[in-house]
Design a protein around this ligand. Structure first.
Ligand code: FE2
Length: 198
């Protein structure tokens, strides 16, 4: 009969595979980003992710197990979606918002996985493993929060872009019964990053 320890080691092997895939995927993602802040955020998470691989090796060691990965299909799928969205939105003002959304899906998957692994390591009485997994979990949470901040500070607004802004203004004009041919209201949103990026 399979035990909690089996479940733990299974999930650990999944995440070991996931982290190594993420190490390979992040440089490509940084290259696709057009925002300097987003490029930096991805680069610094790449360094953390390399650290996660090492920490997971220590976790295996703390259980007297050899580090081994087993294909994490969820991460494979999430990274494939990330590739697709990056290709679809290449050249669009929404590219950075698209990349952030793809990266956040990966972060949330990792947060869920490390949350469980951390709890289970505690239940299995392995304090060293629980501590290492908690460190990884906290770094994933912080990375996710930085991405949210970046999206809110610039990328989402930039993604709104010129044409979307015009549509939004027209809808607002129609709502207020104010649409007159040839007369466009002066909008404060003209100064947004998306409008300046031409
Ligand atoms: Fe990670």
């Amino acid at each position: 009969m399979k035990t909690l320890k089996d479940l733990f080691l299974d999930e650990l092997a999944d995440m070991y595979d996931a982290e190594r895939r993420i190490v390979k995927a992040l440089p490509k993602m940084a290259k696709s980003a057009t925002s300097a802040e987003l490029k930096n955020a991805i680069q610094s998470h790449l360094k953390e992710t390399q650290g996660h691989v090492k920490k997971l090796e220590q976790v295996f060691q703390s259980f007297d197990e050899k580090a081994k990965g087993q294909t994490c299909e969820a991460t494979v799928g999430l990274l494939e979606e990330g590739d697709e969205i990056a290709a679809d939105f290449k050249g669009s003002p929404a590219i950075n918002a698209a990349l952030i959304s793809a990266a956040q899906k990966v972060e949330h998957y990792e947060m869920a996985s490390y949350g469980c692994l951390h709890e289970w390591a505690g239940l299995l009485g392995n304090i060293e493993a629980a501590g290492l997994l908690e460190q990884i979990l906290e770094e994933e949470k912080a990375a996710n929060e930085s991405l949210t901040e970046l999206a809110r500070a610039s990328s989402n607004e930039e993604a709104l872009g010129e044409s979307d802004e015009k549509d939004a203004e027209e809808r607002a004009d129609k709502r207020s019964g104010n649409l007159r041919r040839g007369v466009r209201p002066v909008s404060a949103s003209r100064n947004r990053a998306g409008s300046m990026s031409r």
